[in-house]
Structures are given as structure tokens and as C-alpha cells.
Ligand binder design. Structure first.
Ligand code: ADP
Ligand code: MG
Length: 698
């Protein structure tokens, strides 16, 4: 049985080498089992017929019953098409074909009763359906029975006749070949415990639902399965690490920590900062290796927490390092830390790509000899030439910009695995965090330092620029500074640069009395740096930029953030950008400038931004609106949680349940060594071995 599942999809009747290649390339379907796990993305109730007279604006798929009145061939070249007039007695609609014209008139006749299925599009006063599915009414029994599954297909798949209907047929063939059975993945006691249907029944109903209820039960079981094994894997790995990996013990809260805390810290820690520092202290003193994710909204004071953690490490005779994703940020961290520590006896170095060779040659041996306590830098930190004498703690700021691989290199070069503190200002929805970082302990700074005025967010249309300029002028005349951010994406790079540069001209024209700077990704690092410095020092008052300024930059005097074409940014990106202001005690503003024509989803995004400053709420909304596939966290982390059926935006409860059950099982049998757990161990191996297990090292 298992063997059959592993068979290459090429050997399924109706597939063959060519289609197999396309299935593999386009949909990642290589084996019978892959095909089985290629689930429909939606179902349409084909038991219902609509009338043509009731068709309106934005309908999804509909089913009609009627006759073709006439055929016409229209247009030339690529616009050549066949248009059939179709009527059900209540009205007339056009059926349109652009492809396969030769067959259309052969296949369908006027005056015969057909069932037509497709998505209506509006053209002026009338409607049309392009490339409809058509079946003779005589076959209604077969076609129009209840829930019809729809499978995702790409253009290339469709060209090879692997459209949704064809996939459905393949599933039918496959399930028949398998006697409609699928080997169970969960032991009987677990199935009983969770009260879900057997996998075989779920698999049958996900592809060929007997009823809406059965489909629901099938989806639940398959979602559970998917999330359960991810959680089982994460929790088992985390448990292994906790028991097997020795941590460097930092038991002492020492002189430098205490001196800094008592005499140098210019303000009180917030309650949230205190709690998080306590959590980190407990970890680092425990003898186990710390792997902690520190989440805190922009401006919540993570840097200070990092600094205190680093002092803890160096008081215990270890070195500490802090990595930032860009040079600008590394420089800023360095300046911040130097400023905080003042004349304390802590030896700090900055190590970035632009540190001169001579300087490097001095710094590197000092790091290796243990003559340096704190190293702050960029990726240069993990270059092979850098050897630490005794790295005890690595702080990674803004982890989204650091690939997992980059992180792992840091630990590989050390005999002992240092404690790791990953800081992120991009709030991660709980479900995503549980899945991506489910093995990391999480600390949250859920409080901003006192005295901050919440940023006021406004949404303005771009046909009213004069008002925007007036508003800006008022703020600038008070001595404030402003960012103006432009979108920049690869697909429209040329046009985006043009817009940015035109904007630069406009702003210089409109504000001749102020200095306007511009930074973007095409500039050399040094150029960029120089312009940024002008803005940081206050020499320039307006900074036009692409999203290069998204992360971490701290200019407290900048109190206005204008985001041009705001409709083109994602929610979390907008939130990150907004976080660049609101850092001083002045009232800050974020102005979202968009065109007047907005889709519903975009309008919602901008509304959410106007309504809330809470990064977690925004992250949750982002997940709901966009789905997990698009989230930065999943794509950039390289850990690719590729979920086939579960949705982290809406299946939070199932996820929590799956995690609880996985936890229960591991509590009773941590190594899954009991005979009745063999099935689970095997499944884990099948699912996760072969992939590098990054969790051990992140
Ligand atoms: P994050 O990195 O979390 O975005 P930062 O560490 O850059 O935030 O802190 C933002 C600003 O708040 C900095 O200027 C920092 O000095 C200040 N700050 C941090 N903690 C406190 C506090 N407890 N009270 C007052 N100001 C604070
Ligand atoms: Mg920061």
C-alpha cells in the first residue's frame, strides 16, 4: 500500500511522461501521494441553477441551463474569437472562446439543451462567460450533483489539458487504483482522542464530497494532520535541544550590569522591559542554551534589553555580539550603545563591511584574543575571518533580514553554542510564530516607554497634494523633519524610479527653503550613508526614500512620515514605515497618500492603519487579508512552511489543539519509542528528514 503511494505520477493512467513533467514543475506533484495531497482550493455547489436575468455585477461561478442560439466568429489575429449567443428564456448571454476555435462549432450545436458553467464578466449592458464548461443536459445527473471541487492550475497546466476538471479525473483514477483507501497516519487511540474521521474517509471526501458535512469533517481532519505533524516535529526538536545542548552558564548579575542599571540608565525600564530582562536572565543562568525570540513593536525599547543581556554575558566573562541587517543600523546601534555606556569600562568595536583593512587587522585579533567585550556589526560579523575568543551571546536584530542560513553560520564556528536572542519589530501573528518559531521561547515587550504620543495616521487622496504640502510646511516650520517614502518593486522598477525622481524635483521646487535628500537602492552604500547622515544630523529636513529606510532607523526629530502610493504597500510594511516616526515627544503624523480608485481589500488595509497603532492587531489583520502565503515572514525566512490545507489566518484553534495533542504525546513518550508511537515516528521521518533541520541551529 505504502509502496503504491510512492509511485511516480507518470505511471498513473492518463498521465504519461509529458504531463508528469508539467505536474512536477508546475504543481510539485511527483508521486501518487503528492497528487492525493493536491487538494481543491474551493468547491462550487453545482446543484443550483441561475437564470440569466438574475446575473449581476460581481458573481462568482454560476450554472445556467439553456440553448445556444447562434455562433459568430469575430476579430482578427489574437483577438479572433467565437461568440455564441446563449439563452435560457429569461435573457441572453455571450459565451466566448479565444482558444480551440476549431473544435467549438463541432462540439456544440444550436437548439440543444446544455448546462453552462463559468464566471460571468460584465461588458457594458450585457454579460459574457469566457471558456465556459459545457455539458449536454442529458448528462446533468453526472455533472450537477452537489459540490464540485476546483483545483489550482497554471497556464502551462491548462495548455497541457491539465485543467481543474482533468485533475479531478486523475484523482478519481488514483483513488480507484488505491481502492479508495489511504494508509492511516495517526494511531487508533489518537484518532479516538481527537474524535475525527479516519484519513481514508477524509481523503475520499476532500476530493469527492458526499455532503457538505462530510467535507467539513474531511477538511478538519486533514488540517489537523498537517498542523499536528509540524508541531510534533517542532516540539520534539525543541525538547531534544533543551536536554542535549549545554548552555553557557551566566549565573552572575555582575558589576557592569549593576553599575549600568544603577548609575547610567537615564530612565526607568518599562514593566514590560523588566519582565523580559528577567526572562532572559533566567534563561542565561539556567545551564541550557537560550533560544529566545524577542518581539516588540517599533520603539518599544528592544535595544536596551539587548544591551542589558550583553552586559550580563560579559560580566560572566563571555563576549557578546549584536548583528544588524544593514550598515546604517549597525552604526546606529554602535552609537546608541556607546552613548548609553558612556565612560564605563566595556570594550566595544564596530565591525562592518566598510571598516578599513588596517582597522580590521587590528580588530580581528583583538576579538580572537578576547580583548573585546561587545562586537556590533553586520553580516561582516559572520565572515569566516572572524573568530571569537568566547562568544556567549549573539543578539540578532530584525531577523527578517537575516536568512536562517546566515544565522546558523554564526554558531557553527563556535565550539559552544552561544545563547541566542532574536529581536524582531515585525509582529508575528501568534499562529505563525507557533509554526515558524514554535521551538523558540518568546518574550514580548507589549508596552511603549511613557510619554510617547500615539502617531496620528491620515489617509489622503493624491489629487489633493497642495493640502499635503501646506501641512508639511507647517510641521517643517516648527523645526521638524519629514520622510517621504515611495514604493519600489522589481516588476515596475523603471517607473518607480521615475516617480521617485520626479518627486524629488517637485519637493525641491515646492520647498526651496529646505534641504531635500533622496536615498534609494541603486545608490552606492557610501552615497546612501552620506545622505542618511545629513538627515540624521538635521542638515536635511526632508528625506525622499524607497523602503531602504524601513527598518530600525532612529531620528527622533522626524515627526512626519508621508507614504506615497500607500495602496501598493503591505500592511506590515506600512506599519514598519510608520514606526520611523513617533520617537520623540512631539505629536507625529503618518500620511498615507493613495489614488482615489482602490479595491476593497486595499481600502480595508488603509482603514486598519488609520484605526490602530498596535502592531499585533495589524499583523493579525494582515494574515487575515492576505493569507499566509504572502507573509514576509514565511517567504524570507526560507523555512517555507508550505501548508496545503490549513490556514494560519483562520485555523488558530485547530493549530492550538494540534500543538496540545502533540505536547501530550511527547510528555508521555519523548522519543516516540513506544511501539504504538512507531507510526508517528515514521511519519515524521517521511515528512521532515532530508530537509536540513534548521530548528536545531536557529
Ligand atoms: P526598538 O528597537 O524596540 O524599536 P529602541 O530600542 O530603538 O526601540 O528604543 C526607542 C527609543 O526609546 C530609544 O530612543 C530609546 O532610548 C528609548 N527608550 C527605550 N526604553 C525606554 C524607557 N524605558 N523609557 C524611556 N525611553 C526608552
Ligand atoms: Mg530597533
Amino acid at each position: 500500500m505504502i509502496e503504491l503511494h510512492k509511485r511516480a505520477v507518470m505511471y498513473l493512467p492518463g498521465v504519461g511522461p509529458r504531463k508528469a513533467e508539467i505536474l512536477q514543475k508546475e504543481a510539485g506533484i511527483a508521486s501518487f501521494e503528492d497528487l492525493l495531497y493536491y487538494f481543491p482550493y474551493k468547491y462550487i455547489d453545482r446543484s443550483r441553477f441561475y437564470t440569466i436575468s438574475s446575473i449581476h455585477g460581481d458573481m462568482a461561478y454560476i450554472q445556467l441551463k439553456g440553448q445556444i442560439l447562434s455562433f459568430d466568429t469575430l476579430g482578427e489575429g489574437r483577438a479572433r474569437r467565437i461568440v455564441a449567443r446563449f439563452s435560457d428564456g429569461t435573457g441572453v448571454i455571450d459565451l466566448v472562446w479565444f482558444k480551440g476555435l476549431a473544435y467549438v462549432k463541432e462540439k456544440y450545436q444550436t437548439g440543444r439543451e446544455y448546462i453552462v458553467f463559468g464566471k460571468p464578466a460584465e461588458f457594458g449592458q450585457s454579460y459574457s462567460i469566457a471558456h465556459p464548461e459545457i455539458d449536454p443536459l442529458a448528462q446533468a445527473g453526472q455533472v450537477a450533483s452537489g459540490l464540485t471541487p476546483f483545483y489550482n492550475t497554471t497556464e502551462k497546466m491548462k495548455k497541457a489539458f491539465l485543467h481543474s476538471r482533468a485533475i479531478q479525473n486523475l484523482q478519481y483514477t488514483l483513488l480507484g487504483l488505491l481502492n479508495w483507501e489511504t494508509p492511516e497516519t495517526l494511531p487508533p487511540d489518537i484518532i479516538e482522542r481527537i474524535r475525527m474521521i479516519p484519513l481514508a474517509e477524509a481523503m475520499r471526501n476532500i476530493h469527492f464530497p458526499e455532503s457538505a458535512e462530510k467535507l467539513k469533517a474531511a477538511r478538519l481532519r486533514l488540517k489537523f494532520d498537517e498542523l499536528f505533524f509540524i508541531q510534533l516535529n517542532i516540539l520534539r526538536t525543541a525538547a531534544h535541544r533543551k536536554t542535549k545542548l549545554k548552555g553557557l552558564v551566566c549565573p552572575t548579575v555582575g558589576r557592569r550590569f549593576n553599575t549600568f542599571y544603577k548609575d547610567y540608565l537615564p530612565f526607568d525600564l518599562t514593566a514590560a522591559q523588566k519582565r523580559v530582562v528577567r526572562e532572559i536572565r533566567a534563561d542565561m543562568g539556567s545551564g541550557r542554551q537560550m533560544n529566545r525570540l524577542l518581539q516588540g513593536d517599533v520603539g518599544s525599547g528592544k535595544t536596551l534589553v539587548a544591551l542589558l543581556s550583553m552586559l550580563l554575558a560579559i560580566d560572566n566573562n563571555y563576549q557578546a555580539c549584536m548583528m544588524a541587517p544593514t550598515e546604517i543600523l549597525a552604526n546606529q546601534h554602535y552609537a546608541t550603545v556607546m552613548h548609553f555606556l558612556g565612560d564605563m569600562d566595556v570594550r566595544i568595536v564596530l565591525l562592518t563591511g566598510s571598516v578599513r583593512k588596517k582597522e580590521r587587522n587590528r580588530i580581528l585579533p583583538a576579538i580572537a584574543a578576547g580583548e573585546v567585550d561587545i562586537i556590533i556589526g553586520t553580516h561582516a560579523l559572520i565572515e569566516d575571518a572572524v573568530a571569537f575568543a568566547s562568544l556567549g551571546l549573539a543578539v540578532i536584530d530584525e531577523q527578517h533580514r537575516f536568512g536562517v542560513e546566515q544565522r546558523s553560520r554564526l554558531w557553527q564556528k563556535n565550539e559552544h553554542v552561544p545563547h541566542v536572542l532574536v529581536m524582531t519589530a515585525t509582529p508575528i501573528p501568534r499562529t505563525l510564530a507557533m509554526t515558524l518559531y514554535g521551538d523558540l521561547d518568546v518574550s514580548v515587550i507589549d508596552q511603549l516607554p511613557p510619554g510617547r504620543k500615539p502617531i496620528l495616521t491620515l489617509h489622503r487622496y493624491d489629487n489633493r497634494k497642495a493640502e499635503l504640502y501646506d501641512f508639511l510646511r507647517k510641521e517643517l516650520s516648527r523645526g521638524r523633519q519629514a520622510y517621504v517614502v515611495y514604493p519600489m518593486i522589481e516588476e515596475s522598477e523603471k517607473l518607480d524610479y521615475k516617480n521617485l525622481e520626479e518627486g524629488f524635483d517637485v519637493f525641491r521646487d515646492v520647498f526651496p527653503e529646505y534641504k531635500v535628500g533622496m536615498v534609494h537602492g541603486r545608490m552606492k552604500a557610501a552615497e546612501k550613508e552620506a545622505v542618511m547622515q545629513q538627515f540624521i544630523s538635521g542638515e536635511a529636513q526632508i528625506l525622499l526614500a524607497t523602503t531602504v529606510i524601513e527598518v530600525g532607523v532612529n531620528v527622533p526629530n522626524a515627526s512626519v512620515m508621508v507614504i506615497e502610493s500607500a495602496e501598493r504597500f503591505g500592511l506590515s510594511q506600512l506599519h514598519q514605515l510608520r514606526g520611523r516616526v513617533g520617537r520623540g515627544s512631539e505629536q507625529s503624523y503618518c500620511v498615507l497618500v493613495s489614488s482615489y480608485k482602490l479595491s476593497n481589500e486595499t481600502r480595508k488595509r488603509l482603514e486598519i492603519m488609520v484605526q490602530t497603532n498596535n502592531g499585533f492587531e495589524i499583523a493579525e489583520a494582515d494574515l487575515r487579508l492576505r493569507g499566509q502565503g504572502d507573509l514576509e515572514g514565511t517567504r524570507q525566512s526560507g523555512q517555507g512552511i508550505d501548508l496545503k490545507i490549513a490556514n494560519l489566518g483562520s485555523d488558530g484553534q485547530i493549530l492550538q489543539y494540534a500543538r496540545d495533542i502533540a505536547g501530550e504525546i511527547l510528555a508521555a513518550d519523548p522519543d516516540l519509542s513506544l511501539p504504538e508511537r512507531q507510526l508517528l515516528a515514521d511519519r515524521l521521518k517521511a515528512l521532515f528528514s532530508g530537509k536540513q533541520n534548521w530548528r536545531l541551529i536557529s
